[in-house]
Design a protein around this ligand. Structure first.
Ligand code: NAD
Length: 262
């Protein structure tokens, strides 16, 4: 258990999937949360209310397009205004585009790099002055196994995630003598809307059922043959917030069912 009462956390891309799983676990430890991500107003209102009701914490929502640096900065400032502090920044928002390099649409390349890599830089840059002033902070970057190894047709995603791990190491080193840590989490397959799209495409291209496509996806890369869950990743994020993890600096932690051990 890590007591996060009195700490404020911003989780980008927390309306869905992994970000939502992490937000729930941080809230369960008492953190005040700033959520971010797309979703219609009623869904977001329900989400904020349900987290608040379920975990009894104050929840605020601020939309920000993670491809727009000024909006990211404004969201960090809004967190500091709402809670008087920002202690835990989880850079999680991400998108994917699948295409061979020579057919990769330039605007999709720019979008994947902006949201998966540059947004991590902009969020961290905006959050650090406050963390430094308070002498404590946790920056947790959601990278991927694709920050460590490659897969065909994912050039922008693989480049962005390798970049996130590089940025994580530099940030950690620059802060090595402070109470602020920066680490990356590298998940394997997690069954979220992002991966469901890939399963649907695989099912269509191979003429198999959605269930069969899911099994094929796992058996090709993930030796455990089971999906990592957002809850498991949330538990790892909570651990990274603990004092026990205070000397973890610039790590790229895999939770990938053995993918990168092969
Ligand atoms: P998801 O599609 O379920 O969630 C992505 C979240 O990011 C959503 O809340 C979405 O609204 C938000 N988002 C996307 N673009 C945004 C933008 N421009 N501005 C604001 N918010 C935006 O995806 P997920 O699978 O939960 O992925 C979360 C992170 O985990 C991503 O960085 C992804 O690369 C990484 N990851 C996922 C897997 C996996 O198997 N699902 C594996 C490794 C890494």
């Amino acid at each position: 258990m890590t007591n996060l009462k009195g700490k404020a956390a911003l989780v980008t891309g927390s309306t869905s999937g992994i970000g939502l799983g992490i937000a729930r676990q941080l809230a369960a430890q008492g953190a005040d949360l700033m959520l971010n991500g797309f979703g219609d107003a009623s869904y977001i209102a329900e989400l904020c209310q349900s987290l608040s009701a379920e975990f009894g914490v104050r929840v605020a929502h601020n939309g920000a397009d993670m491809s727009k640096p000024a909006e990211i900065e404004a969201m960090v400032a809004a967190t500091e205004t709402a809670y008087g502090r920002l202690d835990v920044l989880v850079n999680n928002a991400g998108i994917q585009h699948v295409s061979p390099v020579d057919a990769f649409p330039v605007e999709r390349w720019d979008a994947v790099i902006a949201i998966n890599l540059s947004a991590v830089f902009h969020g961290t840059r905006a959050a650090l002055p406050g963390m430094k002033a308070r002498g404590w902070g946790r920056v947790i970057n959601i990278a991927s196994v694709h920050g460590l190894v490659a897969s065909v047709n994912k050039s922008a995603y693989v480049a962005a995630k390798h970049g996130v791990i590089g940025l994580t190491k530099v940030t950690a080193l620059e802060l090595a003598e402070t109470g602020i840590t920066c680490n990356a989490i590298c998940p394997g397959w997690v069954l979220t809307p992002l991966v469901q799209k890939q399963i649907d495409a695989l099912a269509a291209s191979r003429g198999v059922s959605i269930e069969e496509a899911g099994r094929e996806l796992l058996s090709e890369k993930q030796p455990s043959k089971s999906f990592v869950t957002p809850e498991q990743l949330g538990e790892l994020a909570v651990f990274l917030c603990s004092d026990a993890a205070g000397n973890m600096r610039g790590a790229a932690l895999t939770m990938d069912g053995g993918w990168t051990a092969q």
